[in-house]
Design a binder for this molecule. Structure first.
Ligand SMILES: *Cc1c(COP(=O)(O)O)cnc(C)c1O
Length: 457
């Protein structure tokens, strides 16, 4: 009966050979990173103590459309890619919608998320540069896990600063990282200047992502043979994640169809930026049109309620300034269960596209997200990550709108990962104990008052 298969796989030979750099097709480019002390755009030399050389080149290049994927990275990708494009027949049926729903599933690797796509690239370039190891931060734990896997593969040391509350609440995540050989430190720690300072100022603090970033950067800069790597937000990460969109577009071509609307959850913007990249490229070049929707948590609404401005990326204020939609670096989001969506800002590429009106954004509440997660688990069988479930929520809402309006439409959303390590969140939902937190306008305004004053920005 089904004319279209449930799952569409590309063959291995169809695994993309290049990543696609969306910035090359943007007439107005994302704003550059700035050196906090001078307010001048970051050069390769400014970034060299912090990041790997080749990754800096990718970060600063907004002209080259295609970057060849090195053979060793493609070989690693083959262990879990191409990832399937799935037609959600059972969800469609449960919703009674005329819409066709597809999802691109990135949870089929041990890290449980799309983050491995960039982790393997970053570890490869660190090794190629002859480095000894890398440092990073992790909030929910998916990025730290992905990076430990990649470092184990390439024989690099991996030092992860894990936000203290996650370190304590998610001991199994921590042990997965240690199994892959990573060294995991709860943040704020007493091993860095910034960690000691934050501990002194806020005794008993359970940490934040912004604070863990500061610690990881300091540790990299002060340890010979180490650099810092980041799992989202940066241009280089969006570049690596374009593999998701390139495969999705190739799979749709194979099916002889196209999505009308493309939906992704947005924390720092990397899975969304990667999923939409080739489709947005077609839109920018005037070859096709699509709707793009970013979905963020109502508890951390950078696109829908933030300001487009230069801001700090970390609490310690040692990283470059980025122009982005932000609710302020000092904003401490409530203890939402979607740990991967708690960053205060948004990738500068996504921010610029949104500012130009090329994409939409919505925010959704936690309990509505988990209701969508439950419906998805019961119909499609996959237990989704809380982060991914933001996209599920928006896709279901879109499909229900199609039903109400009697409209047939093809929806594509990114299913970024699985939720096996998030069972305390599911438990709260199942017990009816989950609450929604939405910051007041005054909360956000107070945080935005502390944005840095940048000359000419
Ligand atoms: C980290 C993470 C996200 C959010 O990060 P982006 O950079 O916005 O993609 C979404 N889903 C999962 C499963 C994650 O681990």
């Amino acid at each position: 009966m089904q004319t279209i298969p449930y799952k569409t796989y590309l063959d291995e030979s169809e695994l993309p050979e290049c990543w696609y750099n969306l910035r090359a097709d943007m007439a107005k480019k994302p704003a550059p990173l700035l050196v906090p002390a001078t307010g001048k755009p970051c050069t390769e030399a400014d970034l060299a103590p912090v990041f790997c050389e080749e990754l800096i080149r990718q970060e600063l290049d907004d002209k080259t459309p295609l970057f060849k994927i090195p053979k060793q990275i493609r070989d690693f990708y083959r262990m879990f890619r191409p990832s399937p494009l799935v037609r959600a027949y059972f969800l469609e049926e449960a919703l009674g919608t005329p819409a066709k729903i597809y999802y691109k599933f990135e949870g089929n690797n041990t890290s449980g998320s799309h983050k491995l796509n960039s982790a393997v690239a970053q570890a490869y370039y660190a090794k190629a540069q002859g480095l000894k190891g890398v440092t990073t931060e992790t909030g929910a734990g998916q990025w730290g896990t992905a990076l430990s896997m990649a470092c184990a593969f390439f024989g690099l040391d991996c030092h992860v600063f894990m936000v203290k509350c996650s370190y304590e609440q998610k001991p199994f995540r921590r042990e997965v990282m240690r199994t892959y050989g990573a060294d995991v430190t709860p943040s704020p720690s007493m091993t860095t200047d910034v960690g000691r300072l934050i501990n002194a100022e806020h005794p008993g603090t359970t940490g934040s992502l912004g604070c863990a970033i500061s610690e990881a950067v300091e540790s990299a800069v002060k340890t010979p043979g180490y650099r810092y790597v980041l799992g989202s937000v940066l241009n280089q990460v969006l570049l690596h994640q374009s593999i998701i969109g390139l495969e999705a577009r190739a799979a749709f071509k194979k099916l002889g169809t196209k999505p009308d609307v493309i939906i992704g959850c947005a924390g720092g913007g990397s899975n969304l930026g990667g999923l939409i990249a080739p489709f947005m490229g077609e839109k920018l070049r005037g070859e096709a049109d699509y709707r793009f929707v970013a979905v963020e948590p109502a508890s951390c609404p950078s696109l829908t309620r933030g300001k487009y401005a230069y801001d700090y990326c970390d609490t310690g204020r040692i990283c470059p300034l980025a122009k982005m939609y932000t609710i302020g670096a000092d904003y401490i989001p409530s203890a939402s269960h979607a740990g991967g969506l708690r960053f205060h800002g948004m990738s500068s590429t996504i921010s610029e596209l949104y500012d130009q009106g090329l994409m939409e954004a919505v925010s959704v509440k936690q309990t509505d997200v988990f209701a969508a997660a439950q419906q998805f688990a019961r119909t499609e069988g996959i237990l989704p990550a809380p982060e991914s479930s933001h996209a599920i929520r928006a896709a279901i809402d879109e499909a229900l709108k199609c039903k109400a309006e009697g409209r047939e439409e093809t929806i594509l959303f990114g299913l970024t990962g699985t939720g096996y390590f998030d069972m305390t969140a599911y438990q709260a939902f199942n017990d009816g104990k989950m609450t929604d937190f939405v910051p007041s306008d005054a909360d956000i305004a107070a945080s935005l008052e502390k944005l840095p004053k940048v000359v000419g920005a």
